[in-house]
Design a protein around this ligand. Structure first.
Ligand code: FES
Length: 114
């Protein structure tokens, strides 16, 4: 659903919160995705919780639980493993976020579906 080589944001955009939401227009539809730091790597996911298909974040670019170890869905408290997107606690345990393939190029641009 996301076109190949779509620019999402710059790696510096992740510095404030460790994650960044991007809303894309694709074929007339709005698609929310987010990119997140996991150590030195950058991962991407569609911003739709498998529990009720709602966006995870309740504030701009806020995707982590208080420990910073899990992605948090603010709607009903699902916790997701950052590296795999798998729900490890909450109402959708065992289900996963939809991954989005991303790459950081030499200039720090984060590109979807490289
Ligand atoms: S919509 Fe995410 S936990 Fe319910």
């Amino acid at each position: 659903m996301i076109k190949p080589k779509t620019f999402l944001c710059h790696a510096l955009d992740l510095d404030a919160t460790g994650a960044k939401e991007i809303v894309l227009e694709q074929n007339g539809a709005r698609v929310s995705v987010f990119v997140v730091k996991n150590g030195e790597e950058v991962l991407g996911y569609v911003n739709a919780c498998p529990h009720a298909r709602l966006p995870l974040n309740w504030r701009e670019d806020m995707f982590f639980d208080l420990s910073g170890r899990y992605l948090l869905c603010a709607n009903h408290g699902a916790h997701f493993d950052i590296a795999t997107g798998k729900c490890v606690r909450g109402p959708c345990v065992g289900q996963s976020l939809t991954p989005l393939s991303v790459r950081v190029d030499g200039g720090g641009d984060i590109i979807a579906n490289p």
